[in-house]
Design a protein around this ligand. Sequence first.
Ligand SMILES: [Zn+2]
Length: 381
Amino acid sequence: MSTPALIPMIQQLIAAPSVSSISPQWDQSNEQVIQHLADWCRSAGFQVEVVPIPGQQNKFNLIASAGRGPGGLVLSGHTDTVPYDQQRWQSDPFRLVERDNRLYGLGTSDMKAFFALVLEAVRELDLAQLKHPLTLLATADEESNMCGAQSLLDTNRRLGRYAVIGEPTGLKPVRMHKGITMEIIRLQGRSGHSSNPALGVNALEGMYRVIGNILAWRDELQARHNNPLFEVQVPTLNLGHIHGGDNPNRICASCELQIDLRPLPGMPLEALRNELTQRLEQLLDNSELTLEIITPFPGIPPMETAANSQIVQIAEQLTGHSAGSVAFGTEGPYLQQLGMETLILGPGDIDQAHQPNEFIGLERIQPMINLLQGLIRRFCL
Ligand SMILES: [Zn+2]
């Protein structure tokens, strides 16, 4: 038995809906995608495990591996897509359409087509020849809460020495990205008639001081951290949303501020959160305001793989590009925590990801297959 031809594989992956979202009305199972991959990987001679994600309904990771021994290469991607805006698509997002030398469909660039390219790359490969294991890893829910990658950490499994994640990088190797965290800062005071300030505790005035402190912190962070390999070379901190009070003649009893923080590699999320908490606790120490800081989801840690890592150097040789950075987050930090030196390298373009009329250029397909075969040759044969 052999796997289907390349384009039918991409077609079937695109036709299997697998939206993941923190909004329950959008969120779907990724089972159909996983099932296709499991069937094809078995046909290709891989040992296949479909692993349900603990605590999640109908979400699965797939681990398909061949060969034994130390070292080894993991080719990794996420099975889910973001939600879509049907009206703004020129064609059905779940039907693969070839037009102008492009394949259109939801998940073509980001990133279901990558799995089909991996299966195509190993079509002629004799898996019995592998000297180091080759593993295809397909995860759930990268686009929403990263529970797929997170659950791998809990199993603490050794999957390989090196990993390549096929996120859309336009065939160029990427070895670092910033992290992302969002924090909700709430101040609780006490309302009262505006004619006498002594009747209440004004949360809005407290937030004014908090904002001043946070902007000073941003200046400090940007003075302390700078990485010229990024387009935006410093960590960023955005004041994104604020809400407080209800009426001009009432003392504002509560105020909420939401911020987004994007640290450079070398700035762990936990340390930043602690620093923020400490600063604000100290600032409000002598006030009657109650401070609460909420982290609405775990965030994505920053990632950096050393420039002299073998996976980086070999990918640079194979692509002819030196490894750079991207502005989006990936599952890379999780794979790194599992002991893999991780590189991001995929055929799609981030400009097309998360957009109506997402596509992958046909001219990207053969070069990516060649790259994958080159990587397998260097790390597994
Ligand atoms: Zn992606």
